[in-house]
Design a protein around this ligand. Sequence first.
Ligand code: BES
Ligand code: MN
Ligand code: ZN
Length: 497
Amino acid sequence: MKNLFDQWKISLLTLSKDEVKADVCVIPVWKQQGKLDDWTAVVDKEHQGIISNWIGSSFVKNDREKAFFFPNIGSSKVKDFLVFCLGDPEQSKPEEVRNAFARASKMITQRGYKKAAVVHAGDQLDFSLAIEGFLLGSYRFAKYKDDEKAGQSLDTFSFYVPASTKKTVATALDKISATTRAIFLARDLVNEPGNVIYPASFAKIAKEVCKDRKLTCKVLDLADLKKEKMNLHIAVGQASAHEPKLVHIHYKPAQKAKKKVALVGKGVTFDTGGLSLKPPTAMVSMKSDMSGAASVLGTMMAISDLNLPIEVHGILGLAENAVAGNATRPDDVVRSRSGITVEIENTDAEGRLVLADALSYADDLKVDYIIDVATLTGACVIALGDEIFAVYSQDDALAQSIGASAAEVGDNAWRMPLHESYKAQLKSDFADMRNVGGREGGSITAALFLSEFVKKAKWAHLDIAGPARAKREFDLTAKGGSGIPTRTFIRFLENLQ
Ligand code: BES
Ligand code: MN
Ligand code: ZN
């Protein structure tokens, strides 16, 4: 796959030493900023005080007009300038700074610029927030748009900072670009349609990601899944022309690992519902049913690039839930890898089947923590809407730490109860369990189903059915795959050290 992010060039330069060269140069200013920094003052002077006048104007005072472009007639090697106001420095919150820079990069991207420079002027600004917002906001998925302008994206980023802050910003930049890369990979995978991303092509991309990194990548194909007795996983994927696969990625740090973690992602590359077929409108967007696996792959890439001192297994349960004569039927009873027999009452509750076998596989890896992530239930979207994902865990400390990591990076997480008594809904007349409960508490019963397949590790389950895909444009996220919860995962793993 041609990854958008691979074409990007990011560089960090020194203001007033390196010449500013770009199609567009972004100059952030504060509301009622008294004195401009030296570099901006020169630009201002060369343009008859356009910036200082604007800052002093009633527009900015009233916070009405927030940004404007103007063509360069001065000495620098820049075509145009974009000046935008960050608001009141006394009242500025980190997420507002991130969002403001994301909006600036959107304005630029929409106008078809390709090379952008951002100058770090006022020292009140936390420039790492600026970089993060600017990069995240620039994401687009336009590879199938033939219209030239629509297909163009910002591909060269030059950040100019004063010499005094360069070291600090350089460290932050490495981290931000590794994380952003991971999110963009996850977004790309989610946005790619089901005719492009299917188990084998997904596994091939995973191999490519691992190739030049400290990551080993094992792909279990159908024969291997049979050997592993992963019959639930096979039952989901058997009607597809694309055979199911399980990808096992392993990251082992050079130093002795303090903790071992397994991340397990639902990778249903398309969910028709199977014989319990989805109605047409519910089937649209089901290419995103592999979002969990996409975020796990992105996270593995990032932790290797960041050299985190923990050992992490990334497990992607890949299958297409399709319809054919050999499809799993409602009523079929299948023995899981762990030995528990499952009556498959509804073939559209397939994510928990794939995950059940993947979780039991992960539990054999002797890890401290297992976190699975899945677009698991529509019920979760009804409960929490499309901006919040659910966190389930019996372990208070683990749930707390996932919640805190999410809050730190700006993802929205909410803990939900694993209410044991609802397990009664999963009783089957013919097998150890059935794969669906009733309509009520559907996200909870799905989580309870999964809980049966983890016996050793501390476990958490994230239901990302809502926020995996942005239904509208947000400052930091374009419409489509959000990459959630990649940033939460990375931060969680960083915090574990
Ligand atoms: N992939 C869906 C869940 C989903 C729904 C994700 C909407 C994103 C948006 C999952 O496989 C599914 O179909 N779940 C069923 C379960 C039901 C049959 C118990 C659902 O939620 O309707
Ligand atoms: Mn389904
Ligand atoms: Zn599904």
